[in-house]
Write a protein that binds this ligand. Structure first.
Ligand code: CA
Length: 505
């Protein structure tokens, strides 16, 4: 650790462009967050009521899961890309929310589901009706809205004749392709008319004050075709940023590192760090093996690989989202482990994503509905939204925001402190990571540096307090304690208790 100062001086500090987002994003399932009008279903005005709560977590963006009209509770099958589901609110509510967030320096990021539409979308219904009708072969079609040769919507989807994935109702011999089920027909993203629609939809929402998009299911855009998917994302990125230069784009590629890295070639800002996340991900594995040094090496390697190839990119680490079992269940609701897991991903450079309720230790596993339970504003269950109808698991966390806000040892207070400290380290947006060798396998130690500054971060994944000689020009900015104690600096000796983390800056 004595080498720290020399190491930092030696770091190559290259000026880089301003980041699209210089902080974390908070993911919200609107229906389960906050109800503003007494129908026990979360809505956009409810989010507006909770902006002070959200801002206390120091996010630079909130990502709303889909808000458009849809037959499903989760709304990942859209029937109107220009509308707002009536139970969520109105277009005006979106504008109000975007304006209020922009005033606070928080970007509103919408989930954009363009791999597929709902099978009830008017485009699909129209195309379906045209399929059984023969092309008329005349210059002037007598039934332009019915004839498939003259109906552009037929070309919006991936129809085949003779064989295919799903039979088209009412059109014998016709089939359509869908990756996610019969109710989610895939769009034909080779069709320039579809790209025109996507352009119009994106610009519409940007004009409403939206500052970015989370793209759903991008590896399925062109099935198993990384080249075409990267090309599509490149097109999308330029299309959005030629309209709104500082918009932020993050894509969901639930895949291995090779697939994810290939998509960074598109120039989009972020892709979710799936290999890090979840019950079998690198972070939980390192926690279980108490392999701090190994995790620090992987974080540094990941970060350097990205920086070297795509200097403008920002990794998007996360613990869990609406599709994965909540981290509280994965870590058996052990408070120390949850605090350590939080520090291990929130203190990585890039744009970390916090899934609503994670910060109070909400649980949820098994079927998807269980992962999307009502935000636990208070432990007695009062004033909560209704859970998704098919949820078959209760919320196991009994302490909500109300109770935890008053408890200095709570998970919520820890998240707030961690994120407040992170917000004081601008280099966390896109700094470069270098590991520090402490000689202890259980310690994850690394620096994050850019032209704005440097910080050193240490986590103890082991069972014992570790004593380290440390020489750092700055001060101890954050000392995150637990029931084992709190990191303490005595002269040049740092005592780092089991499960704790600290930041020097
Ligand atoms: Ca409501």
């Amino acid at each position: 650790m004595k080498k720290l100062l020399a190491l930092l001086t030696a770091l190559l500090l290259v000026p880089i462009a301003a980041p699209a987002l210089d902080g974390p994003v908070y993911e919200i399932f609107v229906a389960s967050f906050q109800d503003s009008d007494g129908d026990s279903r979360g809505d956009l005005s409810g989010i507006l009521e909770k902006l002070d709560y959200i801002q206390a977590l120091h996010p630079k963006g909130i990502w709303l899961m889909p808000i458009h009209p849809s037959p499903s509770y989760h709304k990942y099958d859209v029937v109107d890309y220009y509308g707002v589901d009536p139970s969520y609110g109105t277009l005006e509510d979106v504008e109000n929310l975007a304006a209020a967030l922009n005033q606070r320096g928080i970007a509103l990021i919408l989930d954009l589901v363009i791999n597929h539409t709902s099978s009830e979308h008017p485009w699909f219904l129209s195309a379906r009706r045209s399929l059984p009708i023969e092309p008329c072969g005349q210059d002037v079609c007598p039934h332009p809205n019915l004839c498939r040769a003259h109906n552009p919507y037929v070309g919006y989807y991936l129809f085949t004749q003779g064989s295919g994935k799903h039979p088209v109702p009412g059109a014998e011999g016709w089939y359509y392709y869908s990756n996610f089920g019969y109710h989610m027909p895939d769009l034909n993203l080779d069709n320039p008319k579809v790209l025109e629609e996507i352009t119009a939809i994106s610009h519409f929402w940007l004009d409403k004050g939206v500052k970015g998009f989370r793209l759903d299911a991008v590896i399925h855009f062109h099935e198993q075709n990384g080249e075409k998917n990267a090309a599509f994302l490149s097109w999308f990125n330029q299309m959005v940023k030629s309209h709104t230069q500082d918009a932020y784009i993050v894509a969901e590629a639930w895949a291995d590192r090779g697939t994810i890295d290939n998509l960074y070639r598109s120039g989009i800002d972020s892709l979710f760090d799936f290999p890090l996340s979840g019950a079998d991900g690198e972070l939980v594995k390192a926690l279980r093996a108490k392999d701090g040094a190994g995790l620090a090496r992987r974080i540094a390697q990941r970060n350097q690989d990205l920086k070297d190839k795509f200097p403008a990119a920002q990794n998007a680490p996360f613990l869990g989202n609406h599709d994965t079992g909540r981290i509280a269940g994965v870590l058996r609701r052990d408070l120390s482990s949850l605090k350590l897991a939080a520090a291990l991903y929130l203190l990585q450079p890039g744009v970390p994503f916090v899934y609503y309720g994670e910060e109070v230790g909400m649980t949820g596993s098994g079927r998807d509905e269980n992962k999307r339970l009502p935000m636990l504003w208070q432990g007695d269950g009062k004033h909560l939204t209704l859970p998704p109808a098919e949820a078959d698991q209760p919320q196991r966390q009994t302490l909500g925001v109300l109770e935890q806000a008053e408890d200095p040892a709570s998970l919520l207070v820890y998240y707030r402190a961690l994120l407040a400290a992170r917000a004081q380290c601008p280099e966390m947006a896109r700094g470069r990571v270098e590991t520090l060798d402490t000689g202890h396998a259980a310690v994850a130690a690394y620096t994050v540096s850019d032209e704005k500054g440097s910080c050193a971060i240490l986590h103890n994944l082991g069972d014992e307090t570790i004593s380290l000689d440390i020489s750092w020009p700055g001060a101890l900015l954050f000392a995150g304690g637990n029931q084992q104690g709190t990191p303490v600096l005595q002269g040049e000796t740092l005592l780092l208790p089991s499960g704790t983390s600290c930041i020097f800056r």
